[in-house]
Design a protein around this ligand. Structure first.
Ligand code: CIR
Length: 265
């Protein structure tokens, strides 16, 4: 099965307390104004690619709320609202569900299961679900049990030393190719894909965004850009330094959808 066209995306602005979110990165405190600029540029890129964006305002209760990816898994056949694994992020999914589950057809990851969307990578109808500090086995099994009857394959992945999420270290670049760091790429499940291994000093580039045949990578990773170009990709770059300071990158900032979105009143 091949993934259909993305026509809409749901994003949430970073708020003034963005720097109060969770982070393990030792990259300094993010600059709020710069984060807003980088977020706007990210949204414009998606718009230039023909994607209609629904932008939610920040909610001061959730400093990590701009990382909307973690709150839902959106596919053509089913939408799944997650149960985020970090206590401080519990509840972010409610506002997202108001928009993505207007018809009440969505499925939900229920406790004791926890799952962050950052741990879920789709490659053309095949879903990889990474176990992590955020996604537990119960949550991963619940998701697999929702996806399989919806027409997808799902595989639960255990990595030796996961960073934050599965997609912190590996993402789908299109054309059956995954890009990432060696430690993630060597998992036997990914043997069926072409691979681009990025150098350790550019690990921050592992999370790229593939939308409708376009590819966006974080700015500042020249070796990764060259590797992609040598493999025939034409990546665009966008600055994401302020999100990296909070352990985030490009996929984290949007929920990509195949149907029109209308914001709940
Ligand atoms: C967190 O630790 O939850 C946020 N500061 C970063 C989440 C990044 N999300 C993602 O990679 N999907």
């Amino acid at each position: 099965m091949s993934a259909g066209r993305v026509i809409t995306a749901l994003v949430r602005e970073p708020g003034p307390n963005f720097a109060d979110g969770i982070t393990t990165a030792a990259l300094g405190k993010p600059d709020f104004k710069k984060a807003v600029e980088q977020h706007r540029k990210y949204c414009s890129t998606l718009q230039n690619w023909g994607v209609t964006i629904t932008i939610l305002p920040a909610d001061p209760a959730f400093p990590d709320g701009c990382f909307v990816e973690d709150t839902a898994i959106v596919t053509e056949n089913v939408t799944v609202i997650t149960n985020p694994g970090a206590a401080a992020r519990q509840g972010e999914q409610k506002r997202i569900a108001e928009i993505l589950d207007r018809d009440g057809a969505a499925k939900y990851i229920r406790p004791p299961g926890t799952l962050d969307g950052g741990d879920v990578m789709e490659v053309e109808g095949r879903f990889y679900i990474g176990l992590s500090d955020r996604t537990n086995e119960d949550g991963a099994r619940q998701l697999a049990a929702i996806l399989e009857p919806a027409g997808y394959t799902a595989e639960i992945i255990t990595l030796d030393s996961p960073v934050l999420h599965l997609k912190t270290g590996i993402t789908y670049a299109g054309r059956n190719t995954v890009i990432g760091i060696e430690n993630y790429l060597r998992h036997p499940a990914f043997a069926r894909h072409e691979k681009i291994t990025i150098p350790d000093n550019e690990a921050g580039a592992a999370n790229c965004l593939h939308v409708n045949g376009n590819l966006l990578i974080s700015a500042g990773f020249p070796a990764t850009e060259s590797l992609l170009r040598a493999a025939g990709f034409r990546p665009q770059t966008t600055p994401s330094s302020e999100f990296a300071k909070m352990d985030g990158a490009l996929t984290c900032l949007s929920l990509l959808c195949h149907t029109p979105l209308t914001e709940a009143a």
